[in-house]
Design a protein around this ligand. Structure first.
Ligand SMILES: NC(=O)c1ccc[n+]([C@@H]2O[C@H](COP(=O)([O-])OP(=O)(O)OC[C@H]3O[C@@H](n4cnc5c(N)ncnc54)[C@H](OP(=O)(O)O)[C@@H]3O)[C@@H](O)[C@H]2O)c1
Length: 257
């Protein structure tokens, strides 16, 4: 495997399973040391153990720091312990995202709306501020934010989530403008990827759902991980401020076609 992240350190939020785990696995197997976060400490520790075995690296190349991405102290702890253990912070992946609201916006619980924006948008900015002040302002780095195709079209049922992800893409552009040339900031926008999070969108109806995908299948976490690693790598050295769709072609056509 290409070792293009050798000697680098990455923080991946929300990485005990799903897309975040796949991103951590990709970066680790390409030479990075990786900090992973998530709320459930026991699951996070097991994931860290598994990742080191899967990548065939020393266990101390994976640091598990439990905590809620929406919590200020948890974020600070993750960044502080990363720099203490690995001595740098070259790549930040703001992968944490929640979606607890379904249905009409006019009936959405506003406390839940605030909480959604807090984890999906404010937390990404909070992690970015910490990464910038503790390492990247001096040494440079790359940041990748986890947006969604729900940011790019109306969905009818996950509108708050979509609005928060569009805010994250917009934040990505503004950060790219403000943090360049030291730091590149990009985002990825996946359609449905087969994880626990997206299960309600395809479970029991996958054959029907994939008809809307020209490439004939839903996403796998590794599809997204490879794109995130590309954007974090030197191979993407002249890309910043972009949100790249990764959706099996879902948005190339209209649902009325
Ligand atoms: N799957 C898709 O179709 C899809 C499409 C577009 C975008 N996305 C985005 O991809 C990201 C990851 O989703 P996924 O599909 O990989 O979900 P997943 O498989 O359900 O994994 C979610 C991960 O996030 C952690 N997590 C949840 N809330 C957290 C919080 N507040 N703070 C820290 N960690 C938290 C979970 O662990 P704990 O529960 O222990 O915290 C778990 O490790 C999200 O931002 C989501 O919006 C997903």
């Amino acid at each position: 495997m290409n070792q293009d992240f050798a000697g680098q350190t990455a923080v991946v939020s929300a990485a005990s399973r799903g897309i975040g785990r796949a991103i951590a696995q990709e970066l680790l197997s390409r030479g990075a040391s990786v900090t992973i976060t998530a709320r459930d400490a026991a699951t996070l520790r097991s994931t860290a153990d598994e990742l080191a075995v899967e990548a065939g690296v020393e266990r101390d190349r994976v640091l598990a720091v439990p905590g809620d991405a929406g919590d200020t102290e948890s974020r600070a702890e993750a960044i502080k312990r990363t720099i203490e253990q690995f001595g740098s912070l070259d790549v930040l992946v703001n992968n944490a995202g929640v979606n607890s609201l379904f249905g009409p916006l006019v009936d959405a619980d506003l406390d839940e709306v605030r909480q959604t924006f807090d984890v999906n948008v404010t937390a990404a900015l909070g992690f970015t501020q910490l990464a910038w002040h503790s390492w990247m302002s001096e040494h440079g780095g790359a940041i990748v934010n986890m947006s969604s195709t729900a940011a790019l079209r109306a969905t009818g049922d996950i509108g708050v989530y979509g609005a928060s992800k569009l805010a994250l893409s917009r934040l990505t552009e503004e950060l790219a403008y403000q943090l360049g040339p030291k730091v590149r900031v990009n985002a990825v926008a996946p359609a449905v990827v087969k994880t626990v999070f997206a299960e309600p969108l395809y479970s029991g109806q996958e054959a029907e759902v994939v008809k809307r995908y020209p490439l004939g299948r839903l996403g796998d976490p590794s599809d997204v991980a490879k794109l995130v690693a590309f954007l974090a790598s030197d191979a993407a050295g002249w890309i910043t401020g972009d949100t790249i769709r990764i959706d099996g072609g879902q948005l190339v056509h209209s649902v009325i076609a």
